[in-house]
Design a protein around this ligand. Structure first.
Ligand code: OSB
Ligand code: MG
Length: 369
């Protein structure tokens, strides 16, 4: 396949409600989309970077620039390219995994559409639907949190994830556990908001029978996660720290993490995500599919990934209406707490280019050889 042009779109997607984490509050998702034209058809990819570099060092403007100046020229100069060649092709650019992943997704989509194979089949999916959880932001009050959680329980979500931070942890978790009862899965995500000094404090979470505690400490601080895992019974799960298969294996072997959140954008793409999945399966470590408030474009591929056999915990693969009033694709609709894995070629969805245009934050930029 030869890439003829790469068009970068920037879309402002209003969220149905603000999403607050320990690192910030978002009311609109600023999304970078990649539209690839090749000699065998079109492909789309979504970049998961946020507007500000507060979840990871990557952010939307930076991704757009590294794609435009460094990655697109490599892709546009390749005479024949497949998704599996991209790690090598992009190797001269250090890091910038979210930018690389957006291009990888578009290449995969184009390549699979051209050969009539679904993303799910290509990645090795074994299920036709996936169990869904929902990630619940920090609320102004516990009462508002309980109302929001009750809405998700009523909608059928299979597990609840609460965002926590110092000052918003033990009490909200206690009240939500009381509300949802003992049988529904509950977990927390701190997005690096704690330090090693908080280990005893975090131990208080053990009484709530949580599925896991996600990334309490800094992304580069594997050692503190090892310390925490030694003293609490709640499993420790890493998100931000896991940027490659090598780091995943190291963190597992050191005892820092016993469950891994896999986000394709964070690890450089769907193929690296599958490599981490395989490494985890080989070591008996369960994985689940994280989310970055994706539109239907990224969601379709995440749902395909989440259908692989090692994804044994419900993911942050929620329905379109948990995020957006109108999605950029046909909506993903929850049915009995599950989403159906798309079956069509490539990601299987149809991009609503009218909406991409309507919500555009800038004029699309087309890059050619
Ligand atoms: O840490 O998992 C996270 C959203 C943006 C950045 C980081 C995270 C999240 C979520 C939302 O938790 C997951 C989703 O529903 O897409
Ligand atoms: Mg997380």
């Amino acid at each position: 396949m030869r890439v003829e042009s790469i068009t970068l779109h920037r879309v402002g997607m209003p969220l149905v409600r603000p999403f607050e984490t320990s690192f910030g509050r978002e009311t609109e998702r600023d999304v970078l989309l990649v539209e690839l034209h090749t000699d065998s058809g079109v492909g789309w990819g979504e970049c998961v970077a946020g507007a500000a570099p507060n979840y990871s060092s990557e952010y939307v403007d930076g991704c757009a620039q590294v794609i435009e100046r460094h990655l697109a020229p490599l892709l546009l100069s390749a005479t024949a390219v497949q998704a599996r060649d991209l790690t090598g092709l992009f190797a001269p650019v250090v890091g910038h995994r979210m930018a690389k992943a957006a291009l990888e997704a578009a290449v995969l989509d184009a390549e699979l559409r051209a050969s009539g194979i679904s993303m799910a089949t290509f990645l090795g999916a074994e299920r036709t639907e996936v169990e869904c959880g929902v990630s619940v932001g920090i609320s102004p009050t516990i009462d508002e949190l309980l109302t929001e959680v009750q809405g998700y329980v009523n909608a059928g979500y299979r597990r609840i994830k609460l965002k926590v931070k110092p000052g918003w942890d033990i009490e909200p978790v206690r009240r939500v556990r009381e509300l949802i009862g003992a049988d529904l899965g509950l977990q927390v995500d701190a997005n690096t908001a704690y330090t090693r000094d908080d280990i005893a404090h975090l131990g208080q979470l053990d009484e709530f029978d949580l599925l896991l505690i996600e990334q309490p400490f800094d992304e580069e601080d594997i050692a503190s996660h090892v310390e925490l895992a030694r003293v609490i019974s709640t499993p420790v799960c890493l998100d931000e720290s896991i940027v490659s298969v090598g780091i995943a294996i190291d963190a597992i072997e050191r005892g820092a993490t016993s469950i891994i959140n896999i986000k394709p954008g964070r690890v450089g793409g769907y193929l690296p995500a599958v490599a981490i999945h395989d490494a985890c399966v080989g070591r008996g470590v369960p994985v689940w599919c994280g989310g970055m408030l994706e539109t239907g474009i990224g969601r379709a591929m995440n749902v395909a990934l989440a259908a692989l056999p090692g994804f044994t915990l419900p993911g942050d693969t929620s329905a379109s209406d948990r995020y957006y009033r109108e999605d950029l694709t046909e909506p993903f609709v929850l049915s009995k707490g599950r989403l159906a894995v798309p079956t069509g070629p490539g990601s299987g969805i149809t991009v609503r280019t009218d909406l991409v245009q309507q919500l555009a934050l800038m004029r699309p930029r087309t890059l050619r050889p």
